[in-house]
Design a protein around this ligand. Structure first.
Ligand code: SF4
Ligand code: SF4
Length: 226
């Protein structure tokens, strides 16, 4: 037991503090910020929106978009309409219809891809589960409208955005994806080349064996007639 003489000192740092000292410190910081806000830009984060716009953080995410390679979404869309994002979306605000040819065969691309952004909760799960590097979270935030259906249900025309857009929005993420895709493409090409070389070697071996057999048969036939 500690007697009154040896009691632990009060205060955060183990020292006695003056009552109201923390309050005075807070007031001092607020006052300094207020005065400095007149001549130091970093002390005045208020901007004149919408004339001025703040730089958004690369980690800011709003609604999803679909990425396409090359110049045209019609040919470069990465989405294969696999439907994984549609299944995983918690509020079920993604709607996909697979594009099909005249025989009903899947073209592995979406004919319809809609996202109802009035329902989307910006969770980013669709972007996490997509196995084809197709869907990412956008940073666009000026989307307010009073048109519930025409403007808040985004179709392919508004969702499809180029890889350049992705690169501008999140350079680090886009570069990592590009490198991953390039490595996968090179691996695929190397595997195809190895398969072709193997098939060629097998065909050459087979042709050689057939030729040798033919020559042997010819020799046998010749020996029989002599
Ligand atoms: S961000 Fe979330 S809620 Fe919005 S479409 Fe993707 S999975 Fe659905
Ligand atoms: S965005 Fe990705 S997960 Fe969603 S349907 Fe397209 S390929 Fe599949």
């Amino acid at each position: 037991m500690k007697d009154a003489k040896h009691q632990e000192p009060a205060g955060k740092a183990g020292k006695w503090t003056i009552p109201g000292y923390g309050l005075l410190q807070g007031l001092f910081v607020s006052g300094r910020n207020m005065v400095e806000s007149y001549y130091k830009k970093e002390r005045c984060p208020v901007i004149q929106y919408p004339e001025e716009k703040a730089d958004i953080s690369p980690n800011f995410r709003n609604f999803p978009f679909l990425c396409y390679d090359g110049d045209r979404p019609e040919t470069g869309l990465r989405c294969t309409a696999c439907g994984i994002c549609e299944k995983e979306c918690p509020p079920q605000c993604i709607y996909i219809v697979m594009d099909r040819d005249e025989n009903g065969k899947a073209k592995k691309r979406p004919k319809v891809f809609d996202i109802d952004i009035s329902v989307c909760m910006n969770c980013g799960i669709c972007a996490e589960v997509c196995p084809f590097d197709s869907i990412y979270m956008d940073g666009q935030y000026e989307m307010a409208t009073d048109d519930r259906f025409e403007k808040l249900v985004l179709g392919l025309d508004r969702l499809a955005k180029s890889t350049d857009y992705h690169m501008q929005l999140r350079p680090k993420e886009a570069t990592a994806v590009m490198e991953k895709r390039k490595a996968a493409e090179e691996k695929k090409k190397a595997a195809a080349a190895a398969r072709a070389a193997k098939a060629k070697a097998a065909a050459e071996k087979k042709a050689k064996e057939a030729k040798e057999q033919a020559e042997k048969n010819a020799d046998d036939a010749k020996g029989g007639t002599e």
